[in-house]
Design a protein around this ligand. Structure first.
Ligand SMILES: Nc1nc2c(ncn2[C@@H]2O[C@H](COP(=O)(O)OP(=O)(O)O)[C@@H](O)[C@H]2O)c(=O)[nH]1
Ligand SMILES: [Mg+2]
Length: 279
């Protein structure tokens, strides 16, 4: 039987299989190569390459997972959700609202996706179900004005958490990204230091384009964390590992279904196990 001993480097076949698994899980060739290259170079102990790879990934995730800013007692904690079309922003806003309400927080929602009337309705349906107020304007209006009103309402009512849904936008469209910067600044005009968090919602089925998305959203609105939606399908969501490694962005929540309670705080161990195909 072939056994790796202390002085040997792991066999090429194993390394190649691991690299391929990473790429198939959407980790991306650059980070996959870097991870496997490290396995190749570091002297091998008793641990299997697979186990060491697992640890290396957990290390990346631990490094990027700074503590999330906590809601303060004095003013609303504002969270802005951003991302491309259909990534899961509105659903994630609703899920987060349900979660915060269950924790005893008061919540208000801002329907700043003014591009589509359906988007406002979608959020209002969730708001009714959760008994949470939704601030909206007519479709086609200025999203920054919605953000202004939502933050102002949140402040005057003394709510704990303000969650703002935004329109899906292509990260490559400068005018839409500039609009997002304006939304960001507007929140800060109403509530000092707002938004406290800007979470980029990524669809787990997004391949390496997710990294480019994260870079662009980070540049325009200072993304502070990720929400990985749709991790319930066959997708492994490896792109967030690339993002964590490359941009040092923490993953905050994971969406695992269309239902309101299908959202959980990110669990690095579970994620890495899923990535490596052992649940
Ligand atoms: N399976 C699954 N579907 C989701 C999840 N999050 C959102 N969706 C679905 O993805 C679609 C787009 O979601 P939506 O929140 O409207 O995306 P938005 O355009 O970014 O606001 C909807 O059909 C949602 O029900 C998830 O975690 N798992
Ligand atoms: Mg939406």
């Amino acid at each position: 039987m072939h056994r790796i001993t202390s002085s040997q480097s792991p066999d090429e076949e194993t390394l190649e299989a691991l690299e391929e698994a990473l790429i198939l899980a959407d980790v991306g060739p650059t980070v996959a190569l870097r991870l496997v290259e490290n396995l190749r170079q570091v002297a091998v102990g008793d641990e299997s390459p697979r186990e060491r790879l697992r640890e290396a990934m957990l290390e990346i995730l631990a490094r990027s997972s700074s503590a999330v800013s906590a809601p303060s007692k004095n003013q609303p904690h504002v969270v802005l959700l951003v991302g491309v079309n259909g990534s899961g922003k509105t659903t994630s806003v609703a899920k987060l609202a349900a979660r915060y309400v269950a924790q005893g927080h008061s919540v208000i929602l801002g329907a700043a996706d003014t591009f589509r009337a359906a988007a406002v309705e979608q959020l209002e349906v969730w708001g009714e179900r959760l008994n949470v107020q939704v601030i909206s304007h007519t479709a086609g209006g200025d999203p920054a004005a919605v953000v202004y009103d939502t933050c102002a309402a949140g402040r005057s009512r003394g709510v704990d958490i303000v969650l703002i849904d935004t329109a899906g936008r292509l990260h490559t469209k400068d005018n839409l990204m500039a609009e997002l910067s304006k939304i960001h600044k507007t929140a800060g005009k109403v509530i000092e230091g707002a938004p406290n968090e800007v979470w980029l919602v990524l669809d787990a089925t997004t391949g390496q384009n997710g990294l480019r998305q994260a870079e662009d959203f980070l540049r325009y609105v200072g993304v502070t964390g990720l929400v990985l939606a749709k991790l319930d399908g066959s997708a492994k969501g490896g792109v967030v590992l690339s993002i964590a490694e490359t941009l040092d962005l923490p993953i905050r929540f994971v969406g695992t279904g269309e239902e309101i309670d299908s959202l959980a705080p990110f669990d690095a161990e579970a994620y890495v196990n899923g990535l490596m195909g052992q649940d």
